[in-house]
Ligand binder design. Structure first.
Ligand SMILES: NC(=O)c1ccc[n+]([C@@H]2O[C@H](COP(=O)([O-])OP(=O)(O)OC[C@H]3O[C@@H](n4cnc5c(N)ncnc54)[C@H](O)[C@@H]3O)[C@@H](O)[C@H]2O)c1
Length: 273
């Protein structure tokens, strides 16, 4: 007897995760592999992508690592060619690669990101990675998806695609204030537009497109930041890095077969009040 859990299985399918070496990309790659998919861990950092794939293989699941620059059409095409060469198909594309300025210790010393003098070059670069990158990956991935008559595209958004950043949470006593930069809100809002476009463009073609909107993931942030962030959420805490995995598998697999053009918000209630 088939159960609901069978709908979450992805045996015999293939999935690409861009930004697969990132904090969430690793989680997404591991999750889809555990569900039975052959995974392509794709990242600008090819070595890190291969290291993630190797860990997944050591656990007995299927994965390869590939280097990709999502802003370069030829590189993105090559990522899809490698996927087809390895698995013969491409069922799920998770676009997780992005420029995302963080406020954890790993990213200390970044620019303050004041709006008045924010460099236009940085704004343009972010549009290229965070939006054009998603456009190019979708454009390349739909070719095998159309042939197979089966595909699911998941674009990773952010709460800041839905609500303006609360810049007060980045204040640290005695230090010049840092800001979440303007491009992040702009590009993450754009992710939702692209997602709806893809969903309606491929009406009747068995290619679904949805967004996943995570809230802030705890990554050894300092106590003040955690306190400020947590106070803005209904659940009173930041997310653990594994708490988006159920949502990404739901969207990638046939468990979400009646969902397209939508946005799944997993933000601990940040946008609920
Ligand atoms: N971490 C969070 O708190 C959080 C919250 C909400 C939304 N998000 C979104 O989730 C997604 C993943 O976030 P994360 O925390 O894993 O980020 P991360 O910075 O840890 O990982 C991003 C990955 O993208 C890769 N990348 C950057 N530019 C690229 C390019 N041109 N081509 C290919 N790869 C490229 C990087 O090498 C990196 O491995 C992003 O879209 C981010 O905006 C993250």
């Amino acid at each position: 007897m088939k159960t609901i859990l069978d709908k979450f299985r992805m045996d015999g399918q293939a999935a690409v995760v861009t930004g697969g070496a990132g904090l969430l990309g690793k989680e997404f790659s591991r999750t889809l592999a555990q569900a039975g998919a052959g995974v392509v861990v794709a990242d600008l950092n090819a070595e890190a992508a291969e290291a993630v794939a190797e860990e997944i293989r050591k656990d007995g699941f299927k994965a390869i690592g590939v280097g990709v620059n999502v802003t370069d059409p030829a590189s993105v095409q090559q990522m899809v060619v490698s996927t087809i060469k390895e698995y013969g198909r491409l069922d799920a594309l998770v676009c997780s690669a992005a420029m995302d300025p963080k406020f954890d210790p790993e990213h200390a010393g970044q620019n303050r990101n004041t709006f008045e003098d924010y460099p236009v070059e940085s704004f343009r670069q972010a549009l290229d990675v965070n939006l054009t990158g998603l456009f190019l990956c979708a454009q390349a991935a739909v070719i095998p998806m159309l042939k197979q008559d089966h595909g699911s595209i998941i674009n990773i958004c952010s709460t800041y695609g839905l609500a303006g950043p609360d810049q007060r949470i980045y204040i640290k006593p005695g230090q010049p204030q840092q800001y979440k930069p303007v491009y992040y809100s702009v590009t993450k809002s754009g992710v939702l537009g692209l997602t709806r476009y893809l969903a309606t463009y491929y009406a009747g073609k068995n290619i679904r497109a949805n967004a996943l909107t995570p809230g802030g993931i705890f990554n050894n942030h300092d106590d003040l930041f955690v306190q400020n962030y947590s106070a803005r959420t209904v659940l009173g805490r930041m997310a653990r890095k594994d708490e988006m995995n159920g949502a990404v598998l739901f969207l990638a697999s046939d468990a979400s077969s009646y969902m397209t053009g939508s946005n799944l918000v997993v933000d601990g209630g940040w946008t609920a009040w």
